[in-house]
Ligand binder design. Structure first.
Ligand SMILES: Cc1ncc(COP(=O)(O)O)c(C=O)c1O
Length: 281
C-alpha cells in the first residue's frame, strides 16, 4: 500500500510513527476523508477549508498550502492507481518528549501527516434498502465541529447501537437529534427537509454543504433546524449523509418504521441528484 508520509510517497512498511507523537498519546490532531470518483478527489477545496478551520481551532500550524497538499494527494492517488475510493488523511501535532498535556507553542513542533487511499465502490444495496437506527444520548464533547482524531464518543455510540442490533445511532442532546455516529442526519416532515444547523454540536459535513446547494438549485425546501425526539413519530423520511456513503436512507428508528419502511421519495430524489453531481463535477 502506498502512503503519503510527511511529504513523501512510500510503502506503508516504511512509515515510522513515534509513540511520543501527540496523535498517538492524545488523539491531538485532525483528519479528513475525501471521496475519489474516477481517480479524482470530490470537493477537495471544501475538505481543505474545513481542515484549515479545524487547525485554527486547535492552534495547529498546517505545514503546507492548499496547492501543496493537493499535489501530494494527487501524486498518491496516481501511485495507488485508485479509481473509485477514498483518501484518508490525518495530521497530528507531532512529537513532544516527554509526554506533556500542555499544547506546545504554535510552530515549535513539526506536525506529522499521513495519507493513504482505499478503493471503495458505492454501497448500492445500503442506499437502496436503507438502514435501521436507534436513538442514543449524544455523550460527546462540545467541539463536534472539529474533525478531531479522537472519536471515542462516536465510536461508543456506534458500538452501543450495533450491540443492540441496529446499524447506526442517531444522537440525542437536550431532546433533539444532533447527527448520526459518522454522518449528518436529515428528516422530511410534510415535504420540508430538516437538518441540524452547523455550530459546535455537529460536524459541518461537506456532503451536507453540497446537498444544501443541490436542494436549493432544485427548489426543495430545507430548513436548518433541529428535529426533536418527540417529533420522530411524525417524520415521513429520514436519511444520513457523509462523503463515503453519500446518502443512506434510514427506514426505521428504534424498530418503528418510517413511512412504509422503505426509502422515501424525497430521499430518493436527493440521492439521484447527488449521484448525478458526482459524475458532472
Ligand atoms: C460525526 C460526523 N458527522 C458528519 C459527517 C459527514 O461529514 P462529510 O459529509 O464531510 O463526510 C461525518 C463524516 O465522517 C461524521 O463523522
Amino acid at each position: 500500500m502506498k502512503t503519503l508520509f510527511n511529504g513523501k510517497i512510500m510503502e506503508k512498511e516504511e512509515v515510522k510513527i513515534s509513540f511520543e507523537d501527540r496523535g498517538y498519546h492524545f488523539g491531538d490532531g485532525l483528519y479528513e476523508a475525501v471521496r475519489i470518483y474516477a481517480g479524482k478527489m470530490f470537493m477537495f477545496t471544501e475538505h481543505f477549508e474545513r481542515l484549515v478551520r479545524g487547525a485554527a481551532k486547535i492552534h495547529l500550524a498546517l505545514p503546507f498550502t492548499k496547492e501543496e497538499l493537493l499535489i501530494m494527494l494527487e501524486e498518491l492517488i496516481t501511485a495507488s492507481e485508485v479509481g473509485n475510493g477514498l483518501v484518508y488523511f490525518q495530521i497530528s501535532r507531532g512529537i513532544v518528549s516527554p509526554r506533556q498535556h500542555l499544547i506546545p507553542e504554535k510552530g515549535s513542533v513539526e506536525p506529522v501527516y499521513l495519507a493513504y487511499t482505499l478503493p471503495f465502490e458505492r454501497p448500492e444495496a445500503i442506499q437502496k434498502n436503507g438502514q435501521r437506527a436507534t436513538v442514543i444520548p449524544d455523550r460527546r464533547w462540545l467541539h463536534c465541529d472539529i474533525k478531531s482524531l479522537s472519536l471515542m464518543g462516536n465510536l461508543l455510540s456506534l458500538d452501543e447501537a450495533v450491540k443492540k442490533d441496529y446499524e447506526d445511532a442517531l444522537l440525542e442532546r437536550d431532546g433533539v437529534i444532533t447527527e448520526a455516529s459518522a454522518s449528518n442526519a436529515w428528516f422530511v416532515i410534510d415535504g420540508i427537509i430538516y437538518t441540524h444547523p452547523d455550530g459546535q454540536l455537529i460536524l459541518p459535513g461537506i456532503t451536507k454543504q453540497h446537498l444544501l446547494h443541490l436542494a436549493k438549485e432544485n427548489d426543495l425546501l430545507v430548513i436548518e433546524e433541529a428535529v426533536k425526539v418527540s417529533q420522530l413519530g411524525d417524520i415521513d423520511e429520514c436519511f444520513v449523509t457523509n462523503s463515503i456513503y453519500e446518502i443512506v436512507p434510514i427506514v426505521s428508528i428504534d424498530n418503528r418504521l418510517i413511512g412504509n419502511g422503505t426509502p422515501g421519495p424525497i430521499t430518493e430524489h436527493l440521492l439521484k441528484l447527488y449521484l448525478e453531481s458526482t459524475v458532472m463535477l
